[in-house]
Design a protein around this ligand. Structure first.
Ligand code: SF4
Length: 141
């Protein structure tokens, strides 16, 4: 794991083995996955707004999911897995509404087409797909 999101971070350089706050590597991995999924939702929400598609639900959800991640008091891994699922559902619903509103095929970025494999471990995907310095997911954008 690697996390440097708060002032408690180990030696001021980031937590590697386990969070100084108590966050486990597994929770950290799902949080990384969630952030990436939220990044895939954001451009879709912007496009939706441009087409007059309401984005309030996605907007509020994004704030809630980010807040849950940043406050480092919630270490419920299942809850973060639910956030990942919800992010993809909201994103795909907005995509469908944009395509209906535009009445033409829409070309989505690779980032906005990112799909976690919900039949596999989200922890493993968070751990293996995101490595600080390599950021392998970004090559798909
Ligand atoms: S949130 Fe926890 S794991 Fe992350 S830097 Fe702060 S103390 Fe470390």
């Amino acid at each position: 794991m690697f996390c440097e999101q708060c002032e408690q971070t180990a030696s001021g350089q980031g937590c590697h083995q386990w969070g100084a706050c108590g966050k486990s590597p597994e929770v950290n991995a799902v949080q990384d996955l969630l952030i990436y999924c939220l990044r895939s939702l954001a451009p879709v929400a912007l496009k939706a707004r441009n087409w007059g598609v309401p984005t309030g639900e996605a907007d509020v959800f994004t704030c809630e999911a980010l807040f849950a991640t940043m406050t480092n008091v919630n270490f419920d891994r299942k809850r973060f897995s639910q956030y990942v699922r919800r992010t993809i559902t909201l994103r795909d619903n907005l995509k469908a509404q944009v395509e209906q509103a535009s009445n033409t095929p829409v070309e989505w970025s690779k980032l906005s087409c990112f799909e976690p494999d919900f039949n596999q471990s989200l922890v493993e995907q968070g751990m293996t797909n995101y490595k600080r310095g390599e950021q392998s997911w970004q090559s798909k954008e």
